[in-house]
Design a protein. Structure first.
Length: 216
């Protein structure tokens, strides 16, 4: 079993977290597999996906021997959902917002918590409650300079912009100091329904771009 800090490190090394909001169990599972096939090693399965806990369990079991593939849960709004996700095997918990009780539950189980924050007050609360990564959400609303601004008063916070991150703007986010980026639509929602090959092609592009960025 990976330790908490090892998971945070794996998420960091992944560079890109694929945010999946499936319309069915099968769609969530196949989309996650397609991203992993495209070299993405961190998956965030949103709890709006039907039976998200079942899919997390299936994914953990499929990739159990591959310690590089990290499976987390997204859109976790409350501690009951966090516990459900953790019991199913979620290795990190992401929310669009910050919630004290969810933070406490994640701390109790030693699972990294990555809440959504948009203001300094929210960032301060998240850090006070032990958040390991702060998800700036919606990144498209905050704008890329938000990372510089946050790093003034909170120099050590790990920032994961999510919402509107694309292949075209990903470099800007990293140049501003992103710890990792969360990518949904522009990777996992190709024009055609159930086109998992296209998801893999997109995933490969994001992964290659990330490798290119860290080389520089
Ligand atoms: O609910 C959450 O926890 C979220 O992560 C919200 C969004 O699903 C992501 O922000 C993806 O946004 P796009 O990359 O713009 O598709």
């Amino acid at each position: 079993m990976l330790l908490k800090y090892e998971i945070i490190n794996k998420v960091h090394q992944a560079g890109v977290v694929a945010v999946i909001r499936g319309y069915s169990e099968e769609n969530s599972y196949e989309t996650a597999k397609a991203c992993i096939k495209g070299n993405i090693t961190a998956i965030e399965l949103a709890f709006t996906s039907p039976n998200a806990d079942v899919t997390i369990k299936k994914l953990r079991s499929k990739y159990q021997t591959d310690t590089d593939v990290i499976i987390g849960a997204g859109t976790v709004l409350d501690p009951a959902t966090a516990r459900l996700a953790i019991v199913a095997g979620a290795q990190f918990i992401v929310s669009p917002s910050f919630n004290e009780e969810t933070a406490k539950l994640c701390n109790l189980y030693e699972v990294p918590y990555m809440p959504g924050c948009l203001t300094p007050t929210e960032v301060q609360s998240a850090l006070t409650y032990g958040a390991d990564v702060v998800k700036v959400f919606p990144g498209s609303v905050a704008g890329k300079s938000v990372i510089n601004e946050i790093h003034g008063p909170f120099p050590n916070v790990n920032v994961m912009p999510t919402g509107g991150v694309s292949l075209e703007n990903m470099a800007d986010w990293f140049n501003k100091g992103a710890f990792v980026v969360g990518v949904g639509g522009s990777m996992v929602a190709p024009g055609k329904k159930d086109d998992y090959q296209a998801v893999t092609v997109n995933a490969k592009k994001f992964h290659a771009k990330y490798l290119d960025l860290i080389k520089k």
